[in-house]
Design a protein around this ligand. Structure first.
Ligand code: FAD
Length: 413
């Protein structure tokens, strides 16, 4: 292998070029990044940068040391055979880059709602623009009570904005958490002084308006939308690669064409663990997948199949979530332990440690029909989380009765 091109200079792209050199690749290496800056971390955008605790989240990156031809401000526009077509700043046509190895790391872009002028939070520049707009007393409407919406609401309230969060689902974080769990996150909004409007479907957004499907309108000084992301695959439309909510890759992260791999938010990988296709969307994936893609690009035969992991810092709490409760599980079994007496995701049993209605710190485990940990959510319970994630990774079973006892540490049976 002599010429490797990496498209996308986020965390996954950076980890790919680092991994290539670490794993002994000595040939030509080109890193193409649509943004004008070097690789940076995105989680701080909605936390330290938005709150003003930090101005920058640049990741350590020395192109000379890595012997990488880094091309900031250059966008890949098309993949044609073994050539990546590019455009420079101002969409001026750039050079064609031919390769014998290609790693796609173009990440994801915010889902955009109908209407012009609302804000989105994905880039360094977005974060700084939003920070400037979050002035004390400003009326802020956040569309979406997911991970990002909650983090933005947290900072906006800390700054002293008047905050309303609108969400079409009946509970927060509904894309990831079933209502029986998600409903316990709802009171955090009111405690922080933010209004939470659930079951409110938004039809359109503007710079100062949110139009609901029922014909009513909410006015605000700042409107921010955080309703999810979609993988940045537009430029690959006629590439011949299989695209299905991401670049479809196997557990080896190969994209079905010799020498082509995808990592991070843009990848939709096959998970043997879950018997399902799993999308990135989380920092941990962008960090860890590239080493496996690189090993395979260089002739290895590794599998990438971790338990997905995400964390979120919201309303003074550390929320950690790992697993995939719904994947590949058969019919419903009864739930156990306080206070989750209701059935949850079909085929899983919910086990609670602590009572979310009464305790500040709690965790909940989804067990499959063999009492293995399918997922764990922990609120300010890092020990429960670390142990639960490890057990989920191992596939070991737990004793539900012992697990439900907060006085007993989390362990496999
Ligand atoms: P990205 O970071 O999106 O990087 C992709 C890069 O590719 C971008 O710079 C993009 O401009 C570039 N690109 C796109 N198309 C092209 C093209 N055609 N040509 C060239 N370049 C291109 N995850 C967590 O687990 N916990 C958190 O707390 C958390 N907080 C977050 C907060 C915010 C505000 C955001 C936006 C994300 C957060 N995430 C969090 C998600 C996490 O940051 C992402 O999963 C991670 O950044 C994915 O990395 P990536 O390299 O795959 O993609």
């Amino acid at each position: 292998m002599e010429r490797v091109v990496v498209v996308g200079a986020g965390l996954a792209g950076l980890r790919t070029v680092v991994g290539l050199r670490e794993q002994g690749y000595a040939g030509e290496l080109t890193l193409v990044g649509a943004e004008s800056r070097g690789p940076y971390d995105r989680p701080p955008l909605s936390k330290a940068i938005l709150s003003g605790k930090s101005d920058d989240s640049a990741l350590p990156f020395d192109p000379d040391e890595l012997r990488v031809d880094f091309r900031p401000g250059v966008r890949a526009t098309r993949l044609r055979g073994d050539v990546v077509e590019t455009a420079g700043p101002g969409e001026v046509s750039g050079p064609d880059l031919d390769f014998d190895g290609l790693v796609l790391a173009t990440g994801a872009e915010p889902v955009v709602l109908p209407g012009e002028g609302a804000r989105y939070l994905r880039t360094h520049d977005d974060a700084h623009a939003l920070r400037a707009a979050l002035r004390p007393g400003a009326a802020v409407v956040i569309v979406g009570a997911g991970w990002i919406g909650a983090e933005v609401a947290t900072v906006a309230r800390t700054v002293g904005c008047r905050v309303t969060v609108v969400e079409q689902a009946p509970t927060p974080v509904a894309h990831a958490l079933p209502p029986q769990v998600g409903r316990h996150l709802a009171p955090w909004y009111a405690e922080a002084g933010a209004d939470l409007l659930l079951d409110h479907r938004v039809a359109a957004v503007g710079p100062n308006t949110v139009d609901f499907a029922d014909g009513t309108t909410l006015r605000a000084d700042v409107v921010i939308v955080g309703v999810g992301v979609r993988p940045a695959t537009g430029w690959l439309a006629d590439s011949g690669l299989e695209l299905d909510r991401g670049v479809v890759v196997g557990a080896d992260l190969a994209a079905g064409r010799r020498g082509v791999y995808a990592v991070g938010d843009v990848a939709a990988r096959w998970s043997p663990r879950y018997g399902a296709r799993v999308r990135g969307e989380h920092w941990d994936d962008a960090l860890r997948a590239p080493a496996v893609a690189v090993a395979n690009l260089l002739g290895g035969a590794q599998t990438y199949d971790p338990v997905p992991y995400v964390w979120s810092e919201q309303f003074g709490r550390m929320v950690q979530y790992a697993g995939l409760p719904a994947a590949g599980l058969p019919a419903s079994t009864p739930a156990a332990g306080p206070p989750g007496a209701e059935p949850d995701v079909p085929g899983t049993q919910l086990v609670w440690r602590g009572d979310p209605a009464a305790d500040d710190r709690w965790s909940v485990f989804w067990l499959d029909q063999d009492a293995r940990v399918a997922a764990v959510l922990a609120v300010d319970q890092p020990r429960d989380f670390v142990a639960g994630r490890r057990i989920a990774e191992s596939g070991a079973a737990v004793d539900p009765a012992l697990l439900a006892d907060p006085a007993v540490s989390v362990k496999s049976s």
